[in-house]
Design a protein around this ligand. Structure first.
Ligand code: FES
Length: 173
């Protein structure tokens, strides 16, 4: 396992993030690749309505970010390696003990609110020693289940309400 000095995203990771975003949305910022057509308008946000996400557009290994109620939501299509790493953790050893099974409905899909539970920054995906997320603001490290593993954040990344309407359609809200 890497130490804290190696938590910077590698060039490969950055390319991977960019590739994943491009595959899913065709364009977007590196840090926050929204699926713009899926964003609700202001009235929808105000009403707190659900949004749909087309999972067929998200390649295995990719993370996309959609906006829901004004917050970034990370939708991560986890690889088998990422799932295995999330499941093998001794839950009682965690700062905010939760099993991976408590945080996902299908092992290959992790859906979390992309807001650091320390002071609200947006963590970077495929980063940090657990290849989950790294928050550059004060160094919080999350694993591939979005659980806090190191740093000042007190809680795991929050899981929003969501359902699977089909194998390829996620409904958040
Ligand atoms: S806001 Fe993320 S570590 Fe402080």
């Amino acid at each position: 396992m890497a130490n804290a000095s190696t938590v910077e995203p590698t060039r490969r990771d950055m390319l991977f993030i960019a590739t994943g975003a491009a595959a899913a949305v065709g364009a977007g910022s590196l840090v926050w690749p929204f699926i713009s057509q899926m964003n609700p308008d202001a009235s929808t946000i105000a009403a707190g309505a659900a949004i749909d996400v087309d999972l067929s557009a998200i390649a295995e290994g990719a993370i996309v970010t959609v906006k829901w109620r004004g917050k970034p939501i990370f939708v991560r299509h986890r690889t088998k390696k990422e799932i295995d790493e999330a499941q093998k953790v001794e839950t009682s050893s965690l700062p905010d003990p939760q099993s991976d099974a408590q945080r996902v409905k299908k092992p290959e899909w992790l859906v979390v609110i992309g807001v650091c539970t320390h002071l609200g920054c947006i963590p970077l995906g495929h980063s940090g020693p657990y290849d989950g997320w790294f928050c550059p603001c004060h160094g919080s490290v999350y694993d591939t289940s979005g659980r806090i593993r190191q740093g000042p954040a007190p809680k795991n990344l929050e899981v929003p309400a969501y359902t699977f309407a089909s194998d390829t359609k996620l409904v958040i809200g």
